[in-house]
Write a protein that binds this ligand. Sequence first.
Ligand SMILES: Nc1ncnc2c1ncn2[C@@H]1O[C@H](COP(=O)(O)OP(=O)(O)OP(=O)(O)O)[C@@H](O)[C@H]1O
Ligand SMILES: [Mg+2]
Length: 246
Amino acid sequence: MAKGISSPSSSEEGRECRHEVHAEKMSSLGHFTQAIVHDIRNSLHIVVTASAMIKRRSDDPSIHNHLNAIDQTIERTNGLIERILTFANNSEDHLGIIDLSGSIDESISLTRPMIPPEITVDWQHPAKAMHILGDHGQLYQVVLNLLKNAIEAIGRGNCGSILVTLNKFYPWAELRVKDSGPGIAADVIDLICEPAFTTKADGNGFGLANVFDVVEKHGGTMEVASPAGEGAEFIILLPLMPELNI
Ligand SMILES: Nc1ncnc2c1ncn2[C@@H]1O[C@H](COP(=O)(O)OP(=O)(O)OP(=O)(O)O)[C@@H](O)[C@H]1O
Ligand SMILES: [Mg+2]
């Protein structure tokens, strides 16, 4: 049976989601990241300029201390931005033995700046490492796309929650991303990982296609569940490395 995204109602046939639009998908994700980075950099630039101006006009050491703290925070944020860009532009495969738990942990941290304060992200995972053969950068894209979709489903400005869980069901690692949004309508649920399928006015429709591509490259499967009124839940299974997990 073809691997692919399936909903509980269509899981018997599964869904074939292979496609040849990798470059477009990567460019869609890259554009999204660059748009965010552009806005963040503009905002940071305003703060840095204001900080420098106040420093020039004030001899008060306590004000200088506060401004130095602001400058350091901005420097750290700029470092974070560089790491996000490195990940988002990384379309080559770099498979290696990675701790999935640590990888997702870092991906969520990198994504935090785009999460509105009204939306909480609860990340639950076992303390022990969970080793897979994987590409850290590509797994970041999985987390980024699923969180981006969850945020957009809840709607910026609305209160909501996203639950991210990782569990071991040997020989699989199971990653779930569940949101408190409106869920996915039954008539489109089988289409959502089709490239260029979108229900959003400003969507490109390549996010889930990209997620599916990465999951497939990692030898995994993806399902979506969206019971009426309960939000959407994406369930990804990735094969664990036997020698390190038994
Ligand atoms: N968490 C979710 N809740 C509700 N609907 C969702 C969710 N995730 C995806 N969808 C639906 O699946 C469609 C396809 O998602 P996908 O991420 O591929 O594209 P997009 O978000 O529309 O655009 P892009 O990610 O390229 O900016 C969305 O337009 C939306 O209708
Ligand atoms: Mg999307």
